[in-house]
Design a protein around this ligand. Structure first.
Ligand SMILES: [Mg+2]
Length: 242
């Protein structure tokens, strides 16, 4: 193997699912709109089915206006339900269903300690509140209702661009929204399509894909993603803080 790459990083975008967090049981994932419907059903004393339809209809009529706003995009205000009740429900579900990878927790903590000048934002379809909720499954010190001291912001999916992370405009919109330069941005993820090809098309050429359980610490080819077996060696491939 040639010498390790040295990445120049001022901004990090990180995927959430299977990169920082995972379901405790495969396939048993928090579904944000189901949490929302459960809350509406309980608060408004309506059937879960009717609450689910309320959520769907609201989204259908507001779909184009969600970018720049935060999930659930004013629906709770319209129904007179306190936002904090949704946090309680989402955090409860996240704590039951998800965990934070231990190496991901160490990575976030060390990044803020040793590289405070690097900004880090999620790049995910999860709404901001769900990002915080899933991280809070790794401890209240990681994230809570007010946010996370380890992230410089959290907005995802429809909050960035209609269609969310799968949209070909997502990464361009995220770069703009965070005022980040693609040349000095590092994408961290697990999915070759969503976390490598889509950001690359937006000019982000530095990508780490995590492959937990791999034998080799680091595998890469020039011009391709860098595969790491955990997030801890990310520090070995970044230039020292300036
Ligand atoms: Mg993922």
């Amino acid at each position: 193997m040639t010498s390790s790459p040295k990445l120049k990083v001022k901004t990090i975008f990180t995927d959430i699912d299977m990169t920082l967090t995972a379901p405790r049981t495969a396939g048993m994932e928090l579904v944000p709109d189901e949490c929302l419907a459960a809350l509406i059903s309980a608060q408004k004393k309506m059937s879960l089915e009717k609450a689910g339809k309320t959520v769907q209809e609201f989204q259908r009529s507001n779909y184009r206006n969600m970018a720049g706003n935060y999930w659930p995009f004013g629906l709770l205000d319209q129904l007179g339900i306190a936002q904090s009740l949704l946090w309680d429900e989402v955090a409860r579900c996240a704590g039951q269903l998800h965990y934070v990878f231990p190496d991901a927790k160490k990575f976030l903590i060390r990044l803020k300690r040793d590289y405070p000048q690097i900004r880090i934002y999620p790049a995910t379809t999860n709404p901001g509140m769900v990002i915080y909720a899933k991280l809070s499954a790794g401890g209240k010190d990681l994230a809570n209702e007010t946010g996370s001291r380890y992230l410089d912001g959290a907005f995802g999916g429809e909050e960035v661009v209609p269609g969310g992370k799968s949209s070909s405009h997502f990464f361009t919109a995220l770069l703009e929204r965070t005022n980040a330069d693609p040349e000095t941005t590092l994408m961290i993820g697990d999915d070759p399509e969503k976390d490598y090809r889509l950001p690359e098309a937006a000019g982000i050429k530095q990508t780490v894909l995590v492959r937990r359980g791999r034998q080799d610490d680091i595998v890469y080819r020039a011009g391709g993603p860098i595969y790491l077996k955990s997030l801890e060696p990310v520090f070995d491939i970044m230039e020292p803080p300036v």
